[in-house]
Design a protein around this ligand. Structure first.
Ligand code: SAM
Length: 396
């Protein structure tokens, strides 16, 4: 090994032992991976103790892996001079900058430390909110900084995550699930996974429930990143699968979640939850597009609904109102209330269905649904179609 690289790796190992390590970056990549750009290394606290977390930064996505110290040091040794040709090590005593030239010429500069204090590890700080602000997944998802502070641009998201966990916890406590030691949750349209991770962390670590959560998401790249972060967080029973909601084979579920699943994807999710007899169904619909073009304004409302903005709101209200009625027709008690605003929808309903012990009069609810549809000239509503088709199948 080149002498300067040996020295650099030696300083890295020493900083880990002396607990002065802050972070490290490997850059100037010349390896075979067309997408890899650099590796960012920092310390995280896991159940097995402190680990080195390697974030492999690629042009379109990141992947992550954690190693114990010996393994991590070995990896850095292997990478330098072969794939990566620069290294920047930050310790609380010194900064070290390694540059390896083409012909094996190299330089190691030592400078004053940029950081005089180590970043606190996850367990070092107190919990102030329902969501554990120091959790690693929040850093990996870019909600918090390396130091565990909420990023300015993520404050709304942070508020939403906390509100969601608060609502979920309260719904759980008020439901028949309240004494469950095991819980199966499915999050349909999990996206970047903020809320899925928060739900897992809450049930598993705050409530000590043996929870299993599956996030279902159509976008492959999000599934892959989220699975890496789940692994690095040691969230063993949290997994993300690529797929469409209506193709997902949902058999056994206690809580069905679908937050901001666009347009009729929310209907697909509610239908799956009803079919699997989920105890709780929690959805926050967005992008209501199905009903608006169908509405034929009744004469008495013509001059009201001629305004696009009113028509839009009416369509949203009718869509979510019909969804709630269809849940009731399917044996669920419902609540509909405002959830926090998001980048997807400024006004944001949340519909919650809790499985009832005794069903309501389905015929009566059906009558109401038909009256509303007739009044507005609505011909199709996705959830209703799915439920009716399913009923026809069951009857044949
Ligand atoms: C607006 S994002 C919301 C993500 C997350 N649930 C949240 O509230 O932060 C909606 C996500 O649902 C996914 N999605 C939409 N329709 C879907 C479908 N039919 N099946 C699976 N995923 C879907 C999209 O790819 C997107 O990532």
């Amino acid at each position: 090994m080149i002498e300067t690289v040996e020295k650099f790796v030696g300083e890295f190992a020493r900083s880990l032992q002396a607990e002065t390590f802050v972070k490290m970056t490997l850059g100037n990549y010349h390896g075979n991976d067309a997408h890899l750009q650099k590796i960012l290394i920092r310390l995280i606290e896991t159940k097995k103790g402190a680990r080195l977390f390697f974030l492999f930064r690629q042009d379109t996505r990141d992947t992550a892996k954690n190693f114990d110290f010996a393994e991590g040091i070995e990896r850095v040794k292997e990478f330098l001079g072969k794939d990566f040709f620069s290294g920047h090590l930050f310790t609380t005593e010194n900064d070290f900058q390694l540059e390896i030239g083409k012909k094996g010429k190299s330089r190691l500069n030592t400078g004053k430390p940029t950081f005089k204090e180590k970043p606190a590890l996850e367990h070092d700080r107190e919990k102030k909110t329902l969501v554990n602000q120091n959790a690693f997944y929040l850093k990996a998802l870019g909600i918090t900084t390396d130091k565990g502070e909420i990023r300015d641009k993520q404050r709304d998201k942070w508020k939403q995550i906390n509100k969601f966990v608060e609502i979920l916890g309260s719904l759980f406590d008020k439901s028949e699930l309240r004494n469950s030691k095991n819980l199966r949750v499915v999050d349909m349209g999990s996206g970047k996974g903020y809320l899925t991770f928060a739900a897992y962390d809450y049930f598993k670590n705050t409530r000590s429930i043996n929870v299993e959560i599956t996030g279902v998401e159509a976008r492959d790249e999000l599934v892959s990143i989220d699975n890496d972060i789940a692994k690095a967080s040691e969230f063993d029973r949290l997994k993300f699968v690529k797929g469409f909601i209506n193709d997902f084979d949902l058999q056994d579920v206690n809580i069905l979640i679908a937050l901001h699943a666009c347009n009729t994807a929310t209907d697909d999710a509610i239908f799956k939850g009803i079919k699997a007899s989920a105890d709780l169904i929690v959805v926050a619909p967005c992008c209501h597009q199905e009903i608006r073009p169908q509405i034929r304004a009744p004469e008495m409302l013509e001059n009201v609904l001629k305004h696009g903005v009113i028509l839009e709101r009416e369509a949203e209200t009718l869509t979510d109102g019909l969804r709630a009625l269809l849940l009731e027709r399917s044996g669920y008690a419902t609540k509909l209330f405002e959830f926090v605003a998001t980048e997807h929808t400024p006004k944001n309903n949340m519909i919650v269905g809790t499985k009832r012990k005794t069903a309501l009069d389905g015929e009566k609810i059906n009558e109401q649904i038909n009256q509303i549809k007739n009044f507005y000239g609505i011909e199709r509503q996705r959830l209703e179609s799915l439920l009716n088709e399913n009923e026809n199948l069951d009857n044949n």
